[in-house]
Write a protein that binds this ligand. Sequence first.
Ligand SMILES: [Zn+2]
Length: 419
Amino acid sequence: MRSVRVFRRLLGVEHTVIESVELIKDEELSDEEVITASVRPVASRALRCSRCERRCPYRDAGDGRRRWRTLDLGTVKAYLEADAPRVQCPEHGVVVAAVPWARPKARHTHAFEDTCAWLAAHSAFTVVAAMLRITWRSVAGIVTRVVADLAGKRDRLDGLRKIGIDEIAHRKGHRYLTVVVDHETGRLVWAAPGRDTDTLLKFFDDLGPERSAALTHVSADGAEWIHAAVKERAPQAVIALDPFHVVAWATKALDEVRRGIWNKLRWEGKNSYAASVKGTRWVLLKNLLDLTGEQKTTLASISKTNKTLYRAYLLKEQLRYVFEAKGEEGRRLLAGWLAWAKRSRIPEFSKLAKTIEKYRPLIWNTLDHNLSNARVEATNTHLRVLTRRAYGFHSPEALIAMAMLTRGGLCPPLPGRAA
Ligand SMILES: [Zn+2]
């Protein structure tokens, strides 16, 4: 009897009767020795619908015995094995009965899946797959199931006031996700494939009219399709531009200036000068205060040898400063910046000035309402990294699940530990 208690703890199962535990050679795993525990649900958990948990009449034996991989016991793979009868649910029809140790349709136990999801959120995917001895595909399937399970247990759209709406490219920029982030927590609260008004209207459908009416602020990039959906469903919300998008426009303009100069120098055969301009890229993209001593020296030499490039850098930095200043001061600096950019005689920045002029009212909203740029930007950056890292997650659904796991607060705790 004592060993049954020990095994119940070791296997991490509840509401489960352990009938026997054996070390057997597994034919499917080329005779690898594995632990196999024969189990069944305790009487009160037996014969329940796997969709609604309701107790239902026995229908038939289904496909007979099934097994679920659980966490290794030490170095040995471990499985639970049990009957998988079908029940007749008055609401859901004929379904396989629920088991207390695993999610419906899962081939791994709760303990195994939660550990896998936790690891996927906290370490490299190669580590997860190697450590748990499963494939990429399995990791993606498990993450998707765990997230769907946790998402069904809480409403992440409750209490939203200030949100950021963004689009994230994946599949090398050929596909997009629309994502919604809560400004107050930085959490990803909603995501769906696509980037158009119809996609975003689905978010407002999920939110419902009452909660849409409670939104006070919506931040986004300049995309018209976002503004259109917000104006239609949450007309009371103040629309603002996320500072990091605006600064990214300036960074892009600066990079175009640098590349233009580089190309011109190469055209003129000034190759060593061209190479030195090429090498300035990372210095120019960084913020002034983040530069190392050596990078400051590079910047100082740019200021002497390449005045256009240096002015472009200052324009980028000054625009960033507009958002640090905020409020009245920010408005004043923005007006100054626009005047400077327009007469800069740098076409990339004159063009940017026109764009910014167009969005000036929205940028004023940003400056006046002091939305927490940092958290939304952090989530945005994280998702961009994720789309490059998540090789195994080809479908948008799997990618969204992974995003919800890491940024949506839907990561389960490691099993067997107090929360
Ligand atoms: Zn049911």
